[in-house]
Design a protein around this ligand. Structure first.
Ligand code: URA
Length: 325
């Protein structure tokens, strides 16, 4: 059996988790939390005296202070609600441990986007109109936090036709990142960026400058495949892009190669076309950006490979000349 201090520690951790879930459900506008919460832990609002006394009453813990304040305001004079914890599960030997308790707790729910978009606001990336709070970056966040926030995304219509969300992949400490437009059929089926014919060519381009695919980071402006491989609309791109920008901010590569017009326009917020800007370093928040042609375009017009090779050499030279010791 855990001793009292361990039990207290377990309870306070679990209280935090339950409170977080309750706060989160409230944020989503889920109603009726006062009478039932869809977790093993529930928030009790009934007067303690009116409760039927079970032989072994479930342990209760007070609500965290912030929630208690809310509950008092809502409950006008009623005693503060308490969180009733589920009976701790027992292992075969009858012993309850923190691990066995936690394994029986529900996993953190996959967070869908909140239904009410917040107003445009000044962010790390300038003023943007985020689709929801979860698309906004937070200090100290990680790739996994961003992945969690994306969740089983339904923020734009592209989710309707997707098989898999295609997340950014590769070395999160990479000095070089590639950004494409959106997944095609092969990427949609596998859940990985640039694995189709254009991806095979991209692998060769990466190897041509002495790197391997695993050395670099590869992502897209949009993570769901547009029907018929059309370009994402402005709205679709604006919805998905904040997550890519957050990843860029976490990874801070030395150079980003934007592949093709759509990726370039989205990252650089420019009206210029790829033919004009390719081959010349641009800037995104202090990161060098090299626009070049998309490998899918090279498959259609192999004569353009020469220009891409010129652009890649500039990137290779920049990386070699700016090695950090
Ligand atoms: N084209 C892109 O822009 N991205 C992919 O992941 C695949 C093809």
């Amino acid at each position: 059996m855990p001793d009292q201090t361990q039990l207290k520690e377990m309870l306070s951790e679990l209280t935090g988790e339950v409170a977080e879930s309750v706060t989160y459900l409230r944020e989503l506008g889920v109603e009726g939390l006062e009478s039932s919460v869809d977790f093993p832990a529930r928030v009790e609002t009934r007067d303690a005296s009116s409760q039927s006394r079970a032989a072994s009453p479930a342990p209760t813990v007070p609500l965290p202070r912030a929630l208690e304040r809310n509950a008092r305001a809502e409950g006008a004079g009623k005693p503060p609600p308490r969180i009733i914890l589920p009976p701790p599960p027992r292992r075969a030997g009858g012993e309850t441990t923190k691990a066995s308790y936690q394994s029986a707790m529900p996993k953190k729910p996959v967070r869908p986007p909140s239904p009410n978009p917040p107003a445009p606001r000044e962010t790390l990336f300038g003023e943007i109109a985020p689709k929801d709070e979860l698309s906004l970056g937070r200090p100290g966040e990680t790739f996994d936090d961003i992945r969690d926030d994306i969740g089983e995304c339904i923020r734009c219509p592209l989710h309707q036709g997707r098989t898999k969300i295609v997340h950014t992949e590769g070395n999160r400490q990479a000095r070089l990142m590639f950004v494409g437009e959106a997944p095609g059929a092969d990427e949609d089926a596998s859940g990985r960026p640039f694995v189709g014919r254009a991806g095979q060519l991209l692998n060769k381009i990466i190897e041509a400058i002495g790197l391997k695919r695993e050395d670099v980071l590869i992502g897209n402006v949009n993570r769901c495949r547009p029907p018929g491989n059309r370009a994402p609309t402005t709205e679709e791109a604006a919805t998905c892009k904040p997550f890519l920008l957050r990843e860029i901010n976490v990874a801070r590569p030395d150079v980003i190669i934007v592949l093709g017009n759509t990726a370039m326009k989205n990252l650089l917020d420019t009206r210029e076309g790829i033919t004009r800007l390719r081959g010349n370093f641009q800037d995104y928040k202090g990161i060098k950006v090299m626009p070049t042609f998309h490998p899918a375009y090279l498959l259609r017009d192999p004569s353009k490979k020469r220009e891409v090779w010129d652009d890649m050499k500039k990137v290779r030279d920049y990386l070699n000349e700016n090695k950090k010791s």
